[in-house]
Design a protein around this ligand. Structure first.
Ligand SMILES: Cc1cc2nc3c(=O)[nH]c(=O)nc-3n(C[C@H](O)[C@H](O)[C@H](O)COP(=O)(O)OP(=O)(O)OC[C@H]3O[C@@H](n4cnc5c(N)ncnc54)[C@H](O)[C@@H]3O)c2cc1C
Length: 338
C-alpha cells in the first residue's frame, strides 16, 4: 500500500476539476483501511468513492482515502428473496447490472447512477420513484477514531430525502465498508414515476421485467443527463427545497405554473430546476462553467473550470433564487477542501 503526496484528483471526480490531495492512498481491505487511519493521526480525512457527488476545491488537505474494497456475497436466501452484501468500492451501476443478471429484483430503477456502493447510503440515493432505503437491509462501517466496526440497521441510518445520519449527525465519523440489500424473487414494478411507462411502450416491450425497467431508465437518463465523461458534472447540484404550505400558496398565486408536491408533514416540495429555470439560469454560461442547457439542476464544467468558479456560479444561483422566491437552495453536492 503506497501513500502518495500532492496527488492529482482530476481523473477521480466527475466534474473533472483540477484538485490536489495533500496525501492520497487506496484501501483494498479492512486491514489497509485501519492502517491508513492509524497513519493519518490528526490529519484531515476525506473518503473518496466514485467522486460523482463532490465539488473538490483546489487543495484537499490531509489524507484522501480512496475506498476500493471489492466483493459481492449472498448472505441469506429464503422464499421471498436474498440478502446481498456488496463492498464499498464496487461500482454502483455494475452492481445493479449484476443483480439484474442474477434476477435479484429491487435496484432496477436505480440503474446508471454514477458512483460506488459505499456512498449510496450517504445521501440515500434515489431516482424514478425508488430510494436506497426501499431496498436497504444494513451496512457495516468503521469508526474513524476507535477503528471499531459497527452494523447500522435501516432505522439507525435516519434516511430521508437525499440525506442520512452520515451526512448529518455522524458526518465524517464513519467509513462505510459494505452495504447489504434486501432483494426480491417476485419483483414489485415501479413504473408510474417519470416517463418509464411511455419509454417501455416506445421500446415495444410486451412483458414487464426488471431488465426492461432498467433499460427504460437507462434510455431516459441518457437522453436527459450529460455524460460526465463528455461534460464534467456531478448530477443534481441542488436538492429540491421543501417549504411551508403557506409559503407555497403565496408563491402559487404569483406564479400559477409553479409545481408542488405535498409531503406527509404538510410541507410542499418544489422542483429546484423550475426555480432555477424561471430565474433565467438554464443554459447560462459563465466563463468555463455553466448551467446545463437541458437540465437546470446540473452545473457543468466546459473544460477548464475551477471549483471556485463553479462555487461562485452556484452562489449566484442561490442568491438569485432567494431574492426572487424567498427560498434558500441547499447544495446536494459535497464541497471538499479549500
Ligand atoms: C450524471 C450524474 C447523475 C446522478 N444521478 C443521481 C441520481 O439520480 N440520484 C442520486 O441520488 N444521485 C445521483 N447522482 C449523484 C451521485 O451519483 C450519488 O450521490 C453517488 O451515490 C455518489 O457516489 P460516489 O461514490 O461517487 O461518492 P463520492 O462523490 O466519492 O462521495 C460523496 C460523499 O460520500 C462520502 N463517501 C463516499 N464513500 C464513502 C464511504 N465508503 N464511507 C463514508 N463516506 C463516503 C464522501 O466523503 C463524500 O462526502 C448523480 C451524479 C452524476 C454525476
Amino acid at each position: 500500500m503506497e501513500i502518495f503526496s500532492e496527488y492529482s484528483l482530476k481523473s477521480l471526480n466527475t466534474f473533472g476539476l483540477p484538485s490536489t490531495a495533500e496525501f492520497f492512498a487506496r484501501a483494498t481491505s479492512l486491514d489497509e483501511l485501519k492502517e491508513l487511519l492509524f497513519w493519518k493521526k490528526n490529519k484531515n480525512l476525506f473518503v473518496l468513492g466514485g467522486g460523482s457527488n463532490v465539488l473538490l476545491m483546489n487543495k484537499v488537505p490531509g489524507l484522501t482515502l480512496h475506498n476500493v474494497l471489492k466483493g459481492i456475497e449472498i448472505i441469506q436466501e429464503d422464499a421471498e428473496g436474498w440478502l446481498i452484501k456488496a463492498y464499498a468500492g464496487e461500482n454502483w451501476h455494475q452492481f445493479v447490472m449484476h443483480c439484474i443478471d442474477k434476477g435479484y429484483a429491487g435496484l432496477e430503477n436505480l440503474s446508471l447512477i454514477p458512483g460506488n456502493v459505499g456512498a449510496s447510503p450517504i445521501q440515500n440515493i434515489g431516482a424514478y420513484g425508488v430510494e436506497l432505503k426501499d431496498v436497504f437491509h444494513s451496512l457495516e462501517a468503521l469508526h474513524v477514531k476507535s477503528l471499531e466496526s459497527r452494523v447500522f440497521l435501516a432505522h439507525e441510518c435516519e434516511f430521508d430525502y437525499r440525506t442520512s445520519i452520515f451526512k448529518t449527525r455522524e458526518k465524517g465519523n464513519y467509513i462505510i465498508t459494505s452495504v447489504t440489500f434486501r432483494l426480491l424473487k417476485h419483483p414489485v414494478f415501479h413504473t408510474s414515476y417519470g416517463a418509464i411507462e411511455q419509454e417501455i411502450q416506445a421500446m415495444g416491450i410486451q412483458t414487464l421485467s426488471i431488465r426492461a425497467i432498467s433499460e427504460a431508465v437507462i434510455r431516459i437518463r441518457q437522453s436527459k443527463l450529460p455524460n460526465p465523461t463528455q461534460l464534467g458534472n456531478a448530477g443534481s447540484f441542488f436538492k429540491n427545497p421543501i417549504i411551508a404550505a403557506t409559503h407555497f400558496h403565496l408563491l402559487k398565486e404569483k406564479y400559477p405554473s409553479l409545481p408542488g408536491y405535498p409531503q406527509p408533514d404538510g410541507q410542499v416540495k418544489v422542483p429546484a430546476a423550475w426555480l432555477i429555470e424561471q430565474a433565467g439560469w438554464k443554459g447560462k454560461r459563465l466563463g468555463n462553467c455553466g448551467v446545463h442547457t437541458h437540465q437546470a439542476l446540473v452545473l457543468v464544467n466546459y473544460g477548464n473550470a475551477t471549483a471556485h468558479e463553479i462555487r461562485a456560479l452556484s452562489d449566484a444561483i442561490v442568491h438569485d433564487v432567494l431574492s426572487k422566491y424567498n427560498i434558500t437552495l441547499e447544495r446536494e453536492v459535497n464541497v471538499v477542501g479549500e
